[in-house]
Unconditional design. Structure first.
Length: 342
C-alpha cells in the first residue's frame, strides 16, 4: 500500500489486513512509514510490516525491498492496493492482484493478472480496460464498528440538544465539504463536526468564517474513534462530488446513524433514496439543506432509514462476509496457480 498518511482507502487497507490475519491468513504488509498508529495495530497483531518510501521519482529502493521480501516470504499471492505500489512490481512466481478502490488506469497494474473491484461499476471499469470477466471479482468492503458510547458534546462546545451533523472525510475538493457548509448556513439550528484532514482545511475554515458558521462548525482533525463520533451524531452527511464507493456509507449503516449522501457514482449505486438513506443531487446546497431539515424534523424517518440501512449492512458489508469472500478469492487463485505449475 503506497497510500497517504490518512484516508478512507488507507484506513480500510489496515482494517482488511487485520481481519484476514485474525482469520489465519499469513501476510507481510509493505507500506509507507507515514501511519505509525496503523502500523502499530498490525505489529501488535503479529503481522510483519516492512516500510519503504514508494517514491514516484526514485522507485528502485522500493523495488529492492519488494524483491527481498518476495525471496524471504515466498508469497502465493501479491496484492497491490494502489497503482503506485504496483509500479514497484518485480519478476516473481506469485499471482499478482490489483485492487481497485477507485477508477484507476490498468497500465499501472501491468504485472497483475487478476483484479478486485469494490463496486459493480468498478468491476465494469476494469473489464472495459480489456480484462476478461474471469479475472475480475467483486468484493465489497466492510465496516467493523464496535458498539460505542456517545462522546460528551461539551468537549467540543456543542449544545446537547442541538441537531448534530457529522462528516467523515478527507478535506479535499472531491468531498464537497464546501457544499455542506453552504447547506449548513440554511439550517440554523444544526451543528456540524468535520472529522478529517487534508489540503482544503484552511479554505473550509475561511468559508465557515465568511458564512458566519464558526460558532456551529467544529474541525476535529483526523480521528480513530469513528464509532463514538457516529454514536454521538444525529445525522451523517456524505456530500462527495466524486466517490467510487465510500466506506462512510457502510460505517453509518453499521452504526445506525441516518445517512444523507450526494448521488456520486458509489453512493448512488447502493443508497436507495428514502429506504436506507436520502440521496440529493451533487453540488446542490439547497437540496442538501432541505434533506437535513427533513431528517431533523422527522424522527420516524430517521429511525426507519437507520433500521433498513443496518439490515443492508448485515446482508452485505460485515467483516465476516468480507473475510469469507476474500478467502474464496485467494483459494481460487492459489488452486489455479497450482494447476498451471509445471
Amino acid at each position: 500500500m503506497a497510500g497517504a498518511p490518512v484516508g478512507g482507502i488507507e484506513t480500510f487497507f489496515f482494517d482488511a489486513v487485520l481481519a484476514l490475519s485474525e482469520a489465519g491468513l499469513e501476510q507481510v504488509a509493505i507500506v509507507r512509514p507515514n501511519a505509525p498508529y496503523q502500523i502499530g495495530r498490525l505489529e501488535k497483531a503479529g503481522v510483519r510490516v516492512v516500510t519503504t518510501a514508494f517514491s514516484p521519482w526514485f522507485i528502485f529502493p522500493s523495488r529492492a525491498v519488494l524483491a527481498r521480501e518476495i525471496a524471504s516470504f515466498k508469497p502465493d499471492i501479491i496484492q497491490y492496493w494502489t497503482g503506485r505500489a504496483a509500479m514497484t512490481a518485480v519478476k516473481n512466481d506469485a499471482v499478482e492482484v490489483g485492487w481497485y478502490g477507485g477508477y484507476r488506469d490498468r497500465w499501472r497494474f501491468a504485472s497483475c493478472s487478476d483484479f478486485i473491484g469494490i463496486t459493480k461499476d468498478l468491476v465494469q471499469h476494469i473489464q472495459r480496460q480489456g480484462v476478461s470477466p474471469d479475472h475480475v471479482s467483486l468484493v465489497h468492503t466492510f465496516a467493523d464498528l464496535r458498539p460505542s458510547s456517545a462522546l460528551d458534546r461539551a468537549e467540543f462546545d456543542t449544545p446537547v440538544n442541538a441537531p448534530l451533523l457529522l462528516a467523515l472525510a478527507r478535506l479535499h475538493r472531491d468531498k464537497a465539504l464546501d457544499i455542506l457548509l453552504e447547506a449548513l448556513a440554511n439550517v440554523p439550528k444544526a451543528f456540524l463536526w468535520i472529522a478529517g484532514e487534508g489540503p482544503e482545511r484552511a479554505a473550509l475554515a475561511a468559508q465557515a468564517e465568511r458564512l458566519g458558521l464558526s460558532g456551529r462548525v467544529r474541525f476535529l482533525g483526523w480521528r480513530v474513534d469513528r464509532e463514538a463520533l457516529l454514536a454521538t451524531a444525529d445525522i451523517c452527511v456524505f456530500p462527495s462530488r466524486e466517490e467510487p464507493f465510500g466506506t462512510v456509507t457502510i460505517e453509518a449503516w453499521a452504526a445506525g446513524t441516518p445517512l444523507i449522501a450526494a448521488a456520486a457514482k458509489g453512493p448512488a449505486a447502493y443508497v436507495e433514496d428514502e429506504k436506507n438513506g436520502l440521496l440529493v443531487p451533487i453540488d446542490d446546497a439547497a437540496a442538501l439543506a432541505a434533506a437535513i431539515e427533513r431528517l431533523i424534523s422527522d424522527g420516524a424517518l430517521r429511525k426507519n432509514l437507520a433500521a433498513e440501512a443496518h439490515a443492508e449492512y448485515e446482508r452485505n458489508f460485515t467483516k465476516q462476509i468480507y473475510v469469507q469472500n476474500m478467502r474464496l478469492f485467494y483459494d481460487r487463485l492459489a488452486k489455479h496457480a497450482r494447476l498451471l505449475s509445471p
